[in-house]
Design a protein around this ligand. Structure first.
Ligand SMILES: [Zn+2]
Length: 429
């Protein structure tokens, strides 16, 4: 009987002491007997998941946890989202995240009013992008002398159908633009990072930026008067009056998980970034009905689907977004609730299988802290726990699964990529 492996990521579970919890963290305050069982009988410790010079985004962190050094393979978030949307990128294609946003004021006073255009609906966004694609296609492409960067000129509808870029509608405000042979080394800023501020200093900078600005400008010419926005304004909603391009990259070059470790695997996740990592790693991406990425997600269904995958696979990565979402929203009760539901509805059944068949090693951890105090990700090491104890790691009986207990063990891994080697150490045993 071959051994099986599960990694369960509770996105952003780790936190800092919170005054309203009497100085406890959500992991300390939550009732989570299954994670605590793992901590007391398994191998508890802390790990620096992401190299200190990189932002601990879930994409970078999850790559690291499944054994890919993000410094070598990470090219940007948009190519991962493209893979999740089923869009194949050529080696010279550059993918951009294309938000539909709401800007206010004009010229030098233009501000980012909302990065999601009031959570514009998917059909509304698709209409806007179609209009934008048509407008872009209808213009002629010129490349100025001494440059390789295209520029669009108005040919009054008599354009050449140039398709210099392609827009792909996604969900709500989150879309994709592909620029074949485009530039990926320029500097862009996520629109949720400068909410309510003037956009001027956050506009794309560097080689190729003027072309992106041109595309954004075209969207500002045609979106405000579009019937979709006239209706939204009538209904008292924010208009989607511009696009914002960011998160660019060429497709990552990754060996598949099977090539690296000789194991077949699946990923159970609701968010595009993690599913995209799965696609590039050659993992099967499993869709679970009712998996939303929010607190109302189908926790139990995710665990059940993951366990079912083990009938035909050796490895499953399960990602749960809910605690991260609670951290970003600054909600202590939601974060505790998310941790308790993960424990009861996911860790419980997974441990039952591990005890039952004795053929399963489980790793539970967050990918990074999302402290409710700062409502964004932080950089410090996070607590991990393996059950049963893999060779090379030690057990600390009596410990609970908390930030402080994990730190007290002194069992510290200096890179996230080391986790997979411990997890899989008994794969051939
Ligand atoms: Zn997050």
């Amino acid at each position: 009987m071959s051994r099986k492996f599960i990694i369960l990521i509770g996105d952003g579970m780790a936190d800092w002491p919170i005054p309203s919890l009497g100085g406890r963290t959500p992991l300390e305050a939550a009732n989570k007997p299954h994670m605590d069982f793992m901590a007391s009988r398994g191998a508890l410790g802390t790990v620096q998941v992401v190299p200190k010079e990189m932002y601990p985004g879930s994409d970078v962190s999850n790559l690291s946890i499944i054994g890919y050094d993000p410094r070598e393979v990470y090219t940007g978030r948009s190519p991962l989202e493209a893979a999740s949307m089923g869009v194949d990128l050529g080696q010279d294609d550059v993918a951009y995240r294309c938000n539909i946003v709401c800007l206010k004021n004009d010229g030098a006073d233009t501000e980012m009013e909302d990065y999601s255009a009031g959570h514009i609906t998917t059909p509304e966004a698709a209409e806007l992008l179609e209009a934008l694609q048509k407008q872009v296609d209808d213009r002629g492409v010129v490349v100025r002398e001494g440059s390789t960067i295209p520029s669009l000129v108005d040919t009054e509808g008599k354009g050449s159908k140039n398709s210099v870029v392609r827009f792909y509608p996604g969900v709500s405000y989150r879309h994709l633009m592909v620029w074949p042979g485009g530039y990926d080394s320029l500097e862009t800023t996520p629109p949720h990072d400068f909410h309510g501020k003037k956009i001027t200093e956050y506009l794309p900078k560097g080689e190729g930026a003027e072309f992106l600005l041109e595309l954004m400008e075209i969207s500002r010419e045609i979106f405000p008067d579009h019937f979709v926005n006239r209706k939204r304004i009538e209904a008292g909603k924010l208009p989607g009056n511009a696009i914002w391009l960011w998160g660019q990259g060429k497709p990552p070059r990754m060996r598949t998980f099977q090539e690296k470790y000789g194991l077949k695997g699946s990923v159970v996740a609701a968010v595009d970034l993690i599913r995209g990592i799965g696609v590039y790693a050659g993992l099967e991406t499993v869709t679970v009905p009712g998996a939303t990425g929010y607190i109302d997600t189908n926790f139990r269904g995710k665990a059940e689907h993951a366990l079912r995958e083990l009938d035909s696979k050796d490895f499953v990565l399960i990602h749960v977004e809910a605690p991260d979402e609670a951290g970003h929203n600054g909600s202590v009760p939601d974060k505790i609730r998310a941790i308790e539901r993960i424990d009861e509805e996911m860790v419980g059944p997974i441990l039952a299988r591990a005890r039952d068949k004795g053929d399963l090693t489980v790793l539970v951890m967050p990918d990074h802290p999302t402290p409710v105090a700062i409502r964004t990700h932080s950089q410090e090491p996070v607590p991990f726990v393996f059950y049963p104890v893999p060779p090379g790691l030690s057990s600390f009986p009596g410990k609970r699964y908390t930030e402080a207990d994990a730190k007290e063990t002194g069992q510290f891994l200096d890179a996230g990529t080391r986790l997979i080697d411990y997890l899989l150490s008994e794969k051939d045993a």
